[in-house]
Design a protein around this ligand. Structure first.
Ligand SMILES: [Zn+2]
Length: 153
């Protein structure tokens, strides 16, 4: 076992984000499955006066995320690096509804990051409360509205 997983506060939307550190490669990855933020820090070979390696950090704001949850509880999660299109949203809706016997549609969601308003918008499904850092969900410190309504499109 070469990696350690923990959670951290997403620097973009302040939800619970996954952080994984690989002890062998020294690569750290932070992924937020609410807004899609993701960052990778890795040592890269570059000779400096004090070291042979420097840490290089690559950050993507992300464009949203999704979770597909099967009825047996196994979930698939991913983030979007490109803006959601109407076709992507329609395909997600069709797939989850068509396969409603296979998926727990109450635990599936599709979100979009709105960089102008700096807010997560739920496109399909409801915001997963387990991602709130503060379980009381203080609205002042959250980019997530207390009552998330799916966006009509
Ligand atoms: Zn986030």
């Amino acid at each position: 076992m070469a990696s350690v997983q923990d959670e951290t506060k997403c620097p973009q939307c302040r939800a619970r984000a996954l952080v994984e550190f690989n002890c062998r490669t020294l690569v750290e990855v932070v992924i937020c499955f609410c807004c899609g933020y993701n960052a990778r820090t890795a040592p890269t070979r570059r000779k400096t006066k004090t070291s042979k390696y420097v840490l290089r950090r690559t950050v993507h704001a992300g464009c949203g995320a999704y979770r597909l949850t099967a009825k047996n509880g196994i979930a698939q999660m991913a983030v979007f690096h490109t803006p959601l299109t109407r076709a992507t949203i329609a395909q997600f809706k069709r797939d989850t509804l068509r396969e409603s016997l296979q998926f727990d549609t109450t635990a599936c969601y599709l979100s979009r990051w709105n960089p102008r308003r700096r807010q997560v918008v739920m496109v399909v499904g409801i915001f997963p409360k387990e991602f709130l850092w503060d379980e009381t969900g203080s609205a002042e410190d959250s980019a997530h509205p207390a009552e998330d309504k799916p966006e009509v499109s």
